[in-house]
Design a protein around this ligand. Structure first.
Ligand code: NDP
Ligand code: X2W
Length: 349
């Protein structure tokens, strides 16, 4: 690699942004040349994040397309929903390549976005232009493009766990039920009643039942794969841990396939994709087994008694569910090996 690509991070003071800083610090092809803030420009990022002391000594920049373009060629956006839709036109106009980690460009329908996110949608041309960066499935489509929409954390774990079976017709898509759990960092750094210590510690609760914004994202992709509309039941839970997502999925098996058949199907589908690890029959992944890494681990159990399969998929929400997958997409966008700078061994215990 001769010269490094300069990148900027908008939303660098949030959990997704600061995870990008951590991972990119050891990426051999990238230099982070601008970290921005809409509320603390001019101050050092290490003021809010002392763990970055001496690692990032620069000051936070304003969120300004021309300023960012003067320092970088690629920009990651890690802001709350409703902001990237406003920033993307000027960033593209300035000549930047953009990878958006928020949900603003994932749904192809403006109406669907407005219904589920309760915010104004991006202009249709940007929804049409953005390539959905579920790297193991749409990686080829990401190569060389200017605008990538990084999948949501729950959809990443869920879709990687379902797509091969839906595509091969091993399960009936109309029977899928998804039961998902997330660590609290999934809610971002801003404090709220629902996520402060006394509310979360020693507690386990469901939220956004039948109203979660990731439902249409999951259904959009499964519908594409199945070739017909798919609707699912998807329930999210908050777990008193910092990182990690487990998505447990149930569906009726079609064709009498066994757990071993599922293992073979998934190993073939993900052959050569280093970040998806398929567990052998009879073993199921746990969140700690992928923590701090870009892995998605998947296990299966077919119950002959009920004719249903249970699929368990785990990721680290901040890595494979956000910053790691965004870097994987950057690698594909640049025509590099998708694993560049991402070969972290999970942190255990
Ligand atoms: N946390 C997770 O596990 C995942 C998060 N995501 C998505 O990634 C995005 C970021 O999430 P996360 O990092 O957790 O969120 P945080 O709340 O931790 O951080 C968001 C950051 O956005 C910045 N911001 C807020 N308003 C604006 C604005 N108007 N213009 C520019 N920047 C702004 C803020 O920084 P400042 O005030 O300094 O500008 C803030 O630090 C969200 O859309 C989230 O849904 C996706 C997958 C997983
Ligand atoms: C624990 C927790 O609150 N998680 C968030 C995930 C946010 C996210 O990744 O959503 P978008 O990027 O699609 O907005 C949630 O369930 O809404």
């Amino acid at each position: 690699m001769n010269s490094k690509v300069n990148v900027a991070i908008i939303g660098s003071t949030g959990y997704g942004g600061v995870e990008l800083i951590r991972l990119l610090a050891s990426h051999p092809g990238v230099e982070v040349t601008s970290v921005t803030s809409s509320s603390a420009a001019g101050s050092p990022i290490a003021e809010g994040y002392p763990h970055l002391t001496e690692i990032r000594t620069d000051l936070l920049d304003d969120v300004d397309a021309a300023l960012i373009k003067s320092k970088a060629d690629v920009v990651f956006i890690a802001t709350p929903a409703g902001i990237a839709s406003k920033l993307v036109p000027s960033l593209l106009e300035a000549g930047l390549k953009v990878i958006d980690i928020s949900g603003d460009l994932r749904l192809k329908s403006r109406e669907l976005y407005q219904t589920w996110y309760k915010k104004e949608a991006a202009e249709q041309q940007y929804l049409d232009q953005a390539v959905y960066g579920l790297a193991e499935v749409y990686g080829e489509a990401v190569r060389g493009v200017d605008l990538i929409s990084n999948p949501g954390c729950f959809p990443t774990a869920t879709l990687l766990g379902l797509i091969p079976a839906v595509k091969a017709g091993y399960i009936d898509p109309s029977t899928i039920i998804i039961d998902a759990k997330s660590g609290v960092s999934g809610a971002g750094r801003g404090t709220s009643l629902g996520t402060h210590y006394a509310e979360i510690n020693e507690n386990f609760k469901a939220y956004k039942i039948n109203k979660h914004q990731h439902i249409p994202e999951i259904e959009q992709v499964l519908g594409d794969v199945a070739g017909k509309p798919v609707v699912t039941t998807f329930t999210t839970h908050l777990v008193p841990m910092t990182r990690g997502i487990m998505s447990t999925m149930y569906a009726s098996v079609q064709g009498g396939y066994s757990s071993e058949d599922f293992v073979s199907l998934y190993r073939n589908y993900y052959e050569g994709r280093r970040f998806v690890r398929i567990r052998k029959d009879g073993t199921w992944p746990a969140t700690k087994e992928v923590s701090g890494s870009n892995y998605c681990d998947i296990g299966f159990s077919v119950d002959e008694r009920t004719g249903r399969v249970t699929i368990i998929s785990v990721i680290d929400n901040l890595v494979k569910g956000a910053a790691g997958q965004a870097i994987q997409n950057l690698n594909l966008m640049m025509g590099w090996d998708e694993t560049l700078g991402l070969q972290f061994v999970p942190i255990y215990p």
